[in-house]
Write a protein that binds this ligand. Structure first.
Ligand SMILES: Nc1ncnc2c1ncn2[C@@H]1O[C@H](COP(=O)(O)OP(=O)(O)OP(=O)(O)O)[C@@H](O)[C@H]1O
Ligand SMILES: [Mg+2]
Length: 320
């Protein structure tokens, strides 16, 4: 009643204004409801179509996933097969290398006996021939030993025998052996003495193999009259050894490749016959097994080569 009284007392313009505002608000409310309903329908439609798209994508994806799983399975199988074949190849290599060494040793023994029996003298054809046989069997023996090392490396059986030894003495032994080869070729091989005895914890035989290969290479690849220096020193717990020659050098793009198995530089075909390109790859494995490093520096062809390796002196460095 109070509201009706309130409207009655209103003047017409105010009355119309209030009515119009109320009608406007009502229209706005109805329009909003319609719009909301329409929007809701559009959103639901879009949601439905997205869901359909997602479902079809999921189907495609699961198809691709199962295809990938198949491929992974096939790859696993071929990988297993490759490993098996690799093992057979490695075993075969080591059997061949091992079995060929025995007859080779016999050939060497008989050849030495024949050499002693045949008349001595510079121009004796028998002596020359027997000497050639001995040299050839020596080379084959070296190849067999290298192949056995490679097969051990590949099968993970290349183990080091760590012991304390005097590095000065080892270098002396290797130097004395290689000095004979250097002199035969008219090459000047110099060893720089280290003032004190150095005791290292390493595999003596394997480290001598590294040194023999580095010095052997320097002698093999240097021309007559060449100069080779070998020296070592201690620095921050490392024993660092250098073999420096003024021989043919190594082109920059060859410097990392020469540490790969069977890689021999293209630039030196004459000395290729005297080896198999295995020495440096084995040397690298040996140095790595000592937690060390090996490398070469050469300013290029005709500039000589500086081979170096370093191994830790401290036994604690070997504890993983
Ligand atoms: N001092 C050097 N001067 C120039 N080239 C070198 C020298 N040392 C190594 N090389 C190059 O590196 C290659 C690989 O050396 P590595 O010792 O592995 O094999 P190799 O001496 O040819 O044969 P192997 O050591 O099996 O008897 C050599 O063939 C040669 O091309
Ligand atoms: Mg070599």
């Amino acid at each position: 009643m109070a509201i009706i009284e309130f409207f009655r007392q209103m003047s017409y313009p105010i009355y119309y204004a209030v009515l119009t505002t109320a009608l406007l608000l009502l229209t706005f409310w109805i329009a909003r409801r319609f719009a909301m309903r329409k929007m809701k329908r559009v959103v639901m439609k879009a949601e439905h179509s997205y869901q359909q798209q997602i479902a079809s994508l999921q189907m495609q994806l699961s198809g691709k996933v199962s295809m990938l799983e198949n491929m992974v399975e096939k790859l696993k199988l071929s990988n297993q097969e490759l490993n098996r074949l690799n093992e057979i190849r490695s075993k075969f290599m080591s059997i061949v290398a091992h079995d060929l060494r025995q007859p080779l040793t016999s050939i060497q023994g008989f050849t030495s006996v024949l050499m002693m029996d045949s008349p001595q003298g510079g121009g004796n054809n028998d002596q020359v021939a027997l000497n050639n046989i001995l040299k050839a069997t020596d080379n084959m023996n070296q190849l067999m030993a290298d192949l056995m090392d490679i097969s051990m490396i590949e099968s993970g059986k290349f183990k080091m025998d760590f012991k304390n030894f005097n590095f000065n003495q080892l270098l002396n032994d290797v130097y004395t052996l290689q000095q004979v080869n250097a002199q035969k070729k008219g090459i000047f091989l110099t060893k720089y003495e280290y003032p004190n005895d150095v005791i290292v914890f390493a595999d003596r035989f394997r480290i001598s193999q590294v040194l023999n290969n580095l010095l052997g290479n320097a002698i093999k690849f240097s021309p007559q009259g060449g100069r080779i220096e070998v020296r070592y020193f201690l620095q921050d717990g490392w024993l660092i050894c250098y073999v420096d020659d003024d021989g043919p050098g190594i082109a920059y793009n060859e410097q990392s490749k020469i540490f790969q198995k069977f890689h021999q530089s293209e630039n030196d075909r004459s000395s290729r016959k005297q080896g198999w390109g295995l020495g440096l790859s084995i040397a690298q494995e040996i140095v790595n097994a000592h937690n060390g490093e090996i490398g070469v520096e050469s300013a290029g062809l005709g500039q000589g080569s500086l081979f170096w390796f370093r191994i830790p002196v401290d036994p604690a460095a070997y504890k993983a």
